[in-house]
Design a protein around this ligand. Structure first.
Ligand SMILES: Cc1ncc(COP(=O)(O)O)c(C=O)c1O
Length: 376
């Protein structure tokens, strides 16, 4: 008896790694600089140019960039951060790392993004920052969130882990808020293996972030025979990016526009197909913003049946994030009723949309969506 393995389903994620990175990687590995050396500032400059911002601070993960942003925002023991529970735990764990408390605000169930009106309701004199996630890459209503932040004289932090290449009011995500955090983790649109970046609005924050990412030291200062001789004014972290990651990042940047265009083209096809569907509902779109479409999320009433239907058609589908407010580590957090989170959490599911899909793959996904709609 012989068994034929069913073909692997079209995956939800895939690591992008061009062969052309290899000679550069070999050069870096043998260069004597595998920690933070010349490739890191090179990567920072290239990324800053791509984003259209004056400066970028490269770090070892998106989580580290969030912790730096929260620290720069002044979050400390007992302070509150108004944030979304519908995200990766990595968004909110850095609040706990600094001794702060997450206060949950509700989201718009048609986008997965924070509702500025509920954020405003949740701000108190103890609130030190607003932390917003661009779900799947689709930009939040930054204007409305920034207005709330201004009203309370607190910074707005963007968790743009999904949103490299997204745009808001004609500008790439990166330059709008006080702090914008990116992730270059394995399956992101640009990967450095692990890595991240922080964009600060103020030059003083940018300089302080550079010290905080490396033990509180200014790496440019050679005090006597040893840079450790300089005074460390405040404790920092070991969050710097290394040259191995930066080398990968530099090569990846050359492919970013093409990969991004493919994510967006596949998403546009799904948007067109899903017009008028009732059982598979796309998220809402506003003409003033464009998603990088790291994720393509749809809303369905019977998620398990939808996932099983797609799986049978050779298409992976699943949730990527679950609500954080149910984790025991956030037991001290408050938020009250979160009706938008309840709806979105119950209905959201993601379908493959990335650069790795061939046109035939996209057809396969579309056909699976059509047959689900017809039979649901
Ligand atoms: C929304 C969100 N924020 C933060 C992170 C953390 O990024 P990293 O894995 O680079 O630390 C991730 C995922 O990785 C994420 O999806």
């Amino acid at each position: 008896m012989s068994f034929t393995e069913p073909p692997a389903p079209i995956p939800l994620f895939k690591v992008f790694m061009p062969e052309s990175v290899m000679p550069h990687l070999q050069q870096t590995l043998m260069s004597g600089h595998i920690g933070e050396g010349p490739r890191v500032p090179e990567f920072e400059a290239a990324l800053a140019q791509w984003l259209g911002v004056p400066s970028v601070v490269a770090v070892n993960s998106g989580t580290s960039s969030l912790q730096l942003a929260l620290r720069l925002a002044g979050v400390g023991p007992g302070d509150e951060v108004v944030t979304t529970p519908l995200t990766c735990a990595a968004t909110n764990e850095p609040i706990l790392a600094l001794g702060g408390r997450a206060v949950w605000a509700d989201i718009d169930p048609t986008t997965g993004n924070l509702l500025a009106a509920d954020v405003a309701r949740k701000c108190t004199p103890r609130t030190k920052a607003i932390l917003a996630v661009h779900w799947g890459g689709y930009p939040c209503d930054l204007e409305a969130l920034a207005a709330v932040a201004r009203q309370h004289s607190i910074p707005l932090i963007e968790d743009a882990a999904h949103a490299l290449g997204s745009s808001y009011q004609g500008q790439r995500i990166g330059g709008y808020s006080d702090y914008v955090c990116f992730s270059f983790q394995a399956i992101k649109l640009l990967t450095t293996g692990d890595g991240g970046a922080l964009v600060c609005k103020s030059d003083a924050d940018d300089q302080r972030a550079r010290r905080l990412r490396w033990f509180g030291l200014d790496r440019r200062i050679e005090a006597g025979d040893c840079r450790w001789e300089q005074s460390i004014e405040e404790h920092g972290y070991k969050f710097h990016m290394n040259d191995i990651a930066a080398t990968i990042g530099l090569e990846q940047l050359r492919f970013l526009d093409d990969n991004l265009a493919r994510h967006q083209a596949h998403a546009a096809r799904y948007d067109a197909v899903l017009q008028g569907f009732s059982q598979v509902r796309p998220l809402a779109r506003s003409p003033d913003r464009h998603s990088a479409h790291w994720l393509y999320t749809v809303r369905v009433d019977r998620r398990a049946a939808f996932v099983a239907h797609l799986q049978a058609a050779g298409v992976a589908a699943s949730r990527v994030h679950v609500r954080n407010d149910r984790y025991a580590m956030f037991a001290a957090s408050a938020g009250g009723a979160l009706p938008g989170v309840d709806v979105f959490d119950a209905e959201q599911v993601n379908i493959p949309c990335g650069w790795w899909l061939s046109l035939a793959d996209v057809d396969t996904v579309v056909q699976a969506l059509q047959t689900y709609e017809a039979n649901a």
